[in-house]
Design a protein around this ligand. Structure first.
Ligand code: NAG
Ligand code: NAG
Ligand code: NAG
Ligand code: NAG
Length: 538
């Protein structure tokens, strides 16, 4: 009888967690290998021998099981940018939620692409490993019968763009640990390749989807194709009002889908990617190759915008949600009226640099994040005190410019509806990403934010995404419904700054513990730090 009850409970559990949704099993072998994207030999993180790593193909609600074998001589962890890991921050793969995979060991991520559709990417989250590769695209396709607001494209390309250093990531890490700044990157890669290395072959008259993600370390990039217009259709899981553009700003950490039709005379065309808002402009090119091409790429690559901010701000504001298009579920994207929900809390985040113990650090609201000896989510789960204190970062920037070190965790109530204002007092671009969520980008403008800035919010068709830019000396405001219990990283996507403290964790908390709101710790979870040796059994 007892056994029966247990097995019934287990079945209910299994259904709660996995449903009847399909499973996809992947086995990944992470190793070091050598690459030559900028003409010099350098060490990179390969996944199954590939740089960039393999794309993850999935359909909304698929269960993705990835057994990651770490064959690096150092700990490793992957995170899934934009994948919400609903009720399941244990699988988020940042050091605040998940123990690193020790060298020579493996860990199986068990995650569900729950109620999501669109373009995302994964990357190594520990130390400065992101500067060595280990990233790849993630696409979540629509379920059958849920229409996508454009005809199925004839091809679908992942386009990972990012700035790149020739130096080894360990050297970059050492420079940062010494409290020094990194120099400007050496180049830009497209799908891991340097100048004219990346080729995208198209058939005349056909239309292709390009899923463009900026997987780089600091620079906003402009993307354009010689002689071709692009139709913007999706941003980090939201179908947009389709607009035709000749070039697109992709800020660090962001993902966009555009449609491109091969409607020009049959030859090869440059794909140009260049840095934005920098005095020194880096540019690289790839090739759009027509199958019936009669001519190689020629002429100068198409020029793009360089330091102009207003152009970029206007483009950002023009990106809107198509309210009548369906998202991951059959109901239209506009059926959730975020503009009519009462905001229960306003948080204002100001990033500031500072010097601590003679070293360069970065802070949010005066606190420069330092990792604890134990993943925060595990400390939370096992009730291990002394690892972090909820409330160790204030909702508003304190007076004064002083900064201090702490393992900053902000507490928030499950189901609160929160306004977050990012204010950038510096003269550089900022990019912020929130794990576990997408938020509505309701407004952005120059200067300081004041309550009257709310009058210009877009409360109708703002885009819902997980990474937003904040222009120099400007602010960006977002609304987020905190409907995903867990421990979630809120971070700068400017990777050196993230590394030097410009991040914290948002602990979305409910006193009622129920598998309806949050799944229990995975049975295979690695345990480290002060969680080592604890029992995972319920
Ligand atoms: C991973 O790759 C390395 C190097 O090619 C190889 O020695 C090792 O056996 C592979 N491991 C797995 C689990 O495939
Ligand atoms: C490691 O891989 C083996 C199979 O190769 C698997 O049985 C085991 O569950 C994996 N370990 C973890 C922690 O996921
Ligand atoms: C919005 O989506 C609808 C429904 O799929 C589609 O018919 C329409 O063309 C889209 N409108 C724009 C402007 O993208
Ligand atoms: C942690 O504490 C809570 C509240 O006191 C309790 O419900 C829960 O079972 C504890 N968890 C563990 C793993 O001991």
């Amino acid at each position: 009888m007892r056994l029966l009850i247990i097995s019934i409970i287990f079945c209910v559990f299994a259904i709660v967690i996995r449903g009847d949704d399909p499973y996809r099993f992947l086995t990944w072998n992470v190793t070091y290998g050598f690459i030559y994207p900028l003409g010099v030999r350098q060490q990179a993180i390969l996944i199954n021998g590939q740089f960039p790593g393999p794309d993850i193909y999935s359909v909304t609600n698929d269960n993705i099981i990835i057994n990651v074998h770490n064959n690096l001589p150092e700990p490793f962890l992957l995170s899934w940018n934009g994948v919400q890991q609903r009720k399941n921050s244990f699988e988020d793969g940042v050091y605040g939620t998940t123990c690193p995979i020790p060298p020579g060991k493996n860990f199986t991520y068990i995650m569900q692409m729950k109620d999501q559709i669109g373009s995302f990417y994964y990357f190594p989250s520990l130390a400065f490993q992101k500067a060595a590769g280990g990233f790849g695209g993630i696409r979540i396709l629509s379920r059958p019968r849920i229409p996508v607001p454009f005809p199925a494209p004839d091809g679908d390309f992942t386009v990972l763009i990012g700035d790149w250093y020739k130096a080894n990531h360990k050297i970059l890490e050492t420079i940062l640990e010494q409290g020094k700044m990194l120099k400007f990157p050496d180049g830009i890669l497209i799908n891991g390749l340097g100048s004219n290395g990346a080729w995208f072959t198209v058939k005349p008259g056909k239309t292709y989807r390009l899923r463009i993600s900026n997987v780089g370390l600091r620079n906003s990039l402009n993307f354009r194709i010689q002689g071709h217009m692009m139709k913007l259709v999706e941003v980090e899981g939201t179908h947009t009002v389709q607009t035709t553009i000749s070039s697109l700003d992709v800020h660090v950490g962001q993902s966009y889908s555009v449609l491109v039709t091969a409607d020009q005379p049959p030859q090869d065309y440059y794909i140009a990617v260049s840095t934005r808002f920098t005095t020194q402009v880096l540019t690289t090119t790839g090739v759009l190759h027509y199958t019936n091409s009669r001519k190689p790429v020629s002429g100068p690559p198409p020029p793009g915008p360089t330091t102009d901010i207003q152009w970029s701000l206007n483009q950002a504001r023009s990106v809107r949600t198509n309210l009548t298009a369906s998202g991951p579920r059959p109901n239209p994207q506009g059926s959730y009226h975020y503009g009519q929900i009462k905001v229960t809390r306003t948080i204002k985040l100001v990033n500031l640099p500072g010097i601590l113990n003679g070293k360069q650090r970065y802070a949010v609201n005066g606190v420069s994040f330092v990792p604890a000896d134990t993943p925060l989510k595990l400390a939370d789960y096992f009730n291990i005190s002394g690892v972090f204190r909820p409330g160790s970062i204030p909702d508003y920037p304190p007076r004064g410019r002083g900064i201090h070190l702490d393992t900053s965790v902000m507490q928030a109530d499950y189901r609160a509806f929160v306004e977050i204002v990012f204010e950038n007092h510096e003269n550089i671009m900022q990019n912020w990403h929130l794990d576990g969520y997408s938020f509505f980008v309701v407004g952005m403008d120059g200067g300081s934010w004041t309550p009257s800035s709310r009058r210009q919010y877009n409360l109708i068709d703002a885009i819902s995404r997980s990474t937003t830019q904040v222009y120099p000396k400007s602010w960006t405001a977002v609304y987020v419904a905190l409907d995903n219990v867990g421990m979630w990283n809120l971070r700068s996507e400017y990777w050196a700054r993230q590394f030097l403290g410009q991040q914290f964790y948002l602990r979305v908390y409910t006193p009622v513990q129920s598998v309806r709101d949050e799944y229990p710790i995975p049975r295979n979870a690695l345990l480290c730090g002060r969680a080592k040796g604890r029992s995972r059994s319920l």
